[in-house]
Ligand binder design. Structure first.
Ligand SMILES: [Fe+2]
Length: 375
């Protein structure tokens, strides 16, 4: 990422860890076996690894899926009374862990705890015949955690305790490449506290140029700031609700999730038209924007490489900043509670997050809230 913006971030970020990228995202879900089928069939993830009764795990059933650089872990309890079961009862299906790939997990843990992080898991070495992995974890907002994963001495399929998931059912990928950013929703007045956490404890810098003001429609409002690590591979926007005429979508999330948590996972593609066409045909539901959005969008963003018609057909949004433009679209929530959703994003130079689309998008979300009677 050789842009001005990223260099500027790098200069501002203390970046003492450093972080190589997102290692995996773990979701606690009510039925991991069926969730895995959904993410394979609808999103084009591939079967990678499994831990469960067949591998000697008496407590949890975990399926690991992969698509290019993205790894999802889907975990369900195998019996009553587990911490995972309590988490699901409290939050519904949701993101428990954002795991960060580091060169030295022990150092990452010690440095962040020294700077004020709350410990979740002290560094431990897990071994099998394929080598060893060092794993540690700290708490972040709500009940969400960050693992530090050090895997330089490991050649296995995922982590010790997992075995390769052999299956003949392998739907084609949909072109999802890597995790672009992951957004956290935090409580009223808590945004700056978590911005400070990522700056002070994690050595991140704030992307000050974008999404830094109140964002609102007639009814819904939120505040958002974006934190990035030094090399720009980890970007965490943090949202808090703001007062509007009716209930903010962030407030709705907090009510249904039972507190702060991950709101959306943004994944990058090199061809959003192909990716979204495939996902829609495979049953993924996306938010609709009014077709009137496309009447004026090119006046706002200028000329783009793509034809407008397929973007309009699919409901893909367009935004521009100083460095280029981006194409993006948001799924509806992917579980029963209106909480976690996905964003598909294709960057064509732009390093921002689609601020120009927020109004059109929020109006679409409000229509959904209206249908749920939660506005
Ligand atoms: Fe986003």
């Amino acid at each position: 990422m050789e842009t001005k913006e990223i260099k500027k971030i790098f200069a501002a970020a203390e970046d003492f860890l450093p972080i190589n990228g997102t290692d995996f995202i773990e979701l606690y879900v009510g039925n991991a076996k069926q969730a895995a089928h959904y993410y394979k069939t609808a999103f084009g993830f591939q079967s990678l690894a499994h831990s469960g009764l067949e591998t000697g795990n008496q407590n949890y059933d975990s399926y690991v899926l992969v698509q290019d650089k993205i790894r999802l872990v889907l975990t369900s309890p195998l019996k009553a009374g587990t911490p995972v079961g309590k988490h699901i009862d409290q939050h519904g299906d949701g993101v428990k862990a954002i795991a960060l790939w580091v060169d030295d997990a022990t150092y990452s843990y010690q440095e962040t705890v020294k700077r004020g992080a709350k410990s979740y898991l002290k560094p431990e070495t897990r071994k099998d015949k394929h080598g060893e992995v060092v794993v540690a974890a700290i708490h972040t907002y709500g009940e969400t955690i960050h693992y530090f994963i050090e895997r330089k001495n490991y050649q296995g399929v995922f982590l010790p305790g997992y075995e390769r998931w052999e299956t003949s059912y392998q739907p084609a990928p949909t072109g999802l490449k890597y995790v672009d950013h992951m957004v956290g929703n935090v409580g009223w007045g808590e945004m700056n506290q978590w911005v400070d956490f990522y700056a002070r404890v994690m050595g991140f810098a704030q992307l000050i140029s974008f999404d830094d003001k109140d964002i609102s429609t007639d009814y819904t409002a939120l505040m958002s700031k974006v934190m990035s690590n030094g090399n720009g591979r980890i970007k965490f926007p943090i949202n808090e609700p703001a007062e509007g005429k009716k209930k903010s979508q962030i407030e709705e999330y907090l009510d249904f999730y039972g507190g702060p948590g991950v709101q959306h996972i943004a994944v990058a593609t090199d061809n959003i038209i192909e990716t979204v066409t495939a996902m829609q045909s495979r049953g993924v539901e996306f938010l609709n924007v009014p077709s009137s959005y496309y009447d004026t969008v090119l006046d706002r963003v200028g000329s783009i490489d793509e034809d407008l018609e397929p973007l309009k057909q699919l409901g893909i949004l367009i935004d521009r900043d100083d460095e280029g433009y981006l194409l993006q679209i948001f799924t509806k929530p992917v579980e029963s509670r209106p909480t976690v959703f996905f964003e598909i994003i294709q960057r064509k130079g732009a390093q921002s997050f689609g601020k120009g689309n927020f109004k059109a998008l929020f109006e679409a979300i409000e229509r959904e809230q209206e249908l749920r009677g939660t506005l």
